[in-house]
Design a protein around this ligand. Structure first.
Ligand code: S3P
Length: 180
C-alpha cells in the first residue's frame, strides 16, 4: 500500500541535506510547483526564540537546538501537507528520522564539498562551519553525516551545477512518478 492510501500520515515533504546544499532556495522553487506552503525550520526556530541561530547555539548549546528541531517536526504532525526545509543536522537524531518517515517523504539534496564551500564561504550564520571553511573541513563533516543522510532519504537529487528551478522540476517529477 502506498503511504497516502494508508491514511497514517499527512504527506509532508522534507528537504534534507548538508548546509549550503540549497534547501531553502529549492524549497521556494518547489513550493510554486507543488502549491504548498514552506516551513523553514531554522527561520521558525529563530522566530520562536527571537535569537539568531548562532545566538541560540551560544546561549543554550547544540543539544538544546536539536531538541527544539525535534519538537518543531513533531508539532507539524497534524498540519496540512507542507514543504519543510530542514536544518542540515536534523538527520543526526533517530527520533527525527522516525517522525519524518511517519509524516511523509524525505528528499535529499546531495552536494559536493566544492559546491558547499562555494555557497558557505562568506557565511557567518552557521556555528558548525566555523573553522571548517575548506574542502577538507567540509568533507570531514559531510562524510561523517553521509550515512545519516542516506538512511533518511526516500529520494536523492544531485544539486551540483544545477539551478534551483531545474532541481525543483526534477523533484516534482520524481514525486509525481513515485507512489509515496
Ligand atoms: C546545521 C545546519 C543549519 C542550522 C544549524 C545547524 C547543521 O541549517 O540548523 O546551523 O547541523 O547542519 P542549514 O542546513 O539550513 O544551514
Amino acid at each position: 500500500m502506498n503511504k497516502s492510501a494508508s491514511g497514517s500520515f499527512n504527506s509532508h515533504i522534507f528537504l534534507i541535506g548538508f548546509m549550503g546544499a540549497g534547501k531553502s532556495t529549492v524549497a521556494q522553487a518547489l513550493a510554486g510547483l507543488l502549491q504548498r506552503p514552506v516551513v523553514e525550520m531554522d527561520e521558525s526556530l529563530v522566530q520562536i526564540h527571537q535569537k539568531s541561530i548562532p545566538e541560540i547555539f551560544a546561549a543554550y548549546g547544540e543539544p538544546y537546538f536539536r531538541q527544539q528541531e525535534t519538537q518543531l517536526i513533531a508539532s507539524l504532525q497534524n498540519e496540512t501537507p507542507k514543504l519543510i526545509s530542514c536544518g542540515g543536522g536534523v538527520v543526526m537524531r533517530q527520533e527525527n528520522l522516525t517522525l519524518m518517515k511517519q509524516m511523509g517523504t524525505t528528499v535529499l539534496l546531495s552536494a559536493s564539498p566544492a559546491t558547499i564551500l562555494e555557497r558557505v564561504k562568506e557565511d557567518t550564520n552557521r556555528p558548525l562551519l566555523h573553522n571548517r571553511k575548506s574542502i577538507e573541513g567540509i568533507s570531514e563533516l559531510l562524510e561523517a553525516r553521509l550515512p545519516h543522510y542516506q538512511k533518511a532519504a526516500d529520494l536523492v537529487v544531485s544539486v551540483d551545477n544545477r539551478t534551483p528551478q531545474e532541481i525543483a522540476a526534477e523533484i516534482a517529477s520524481l514525486l509525481e512518478r513515485k507512489e509515496f
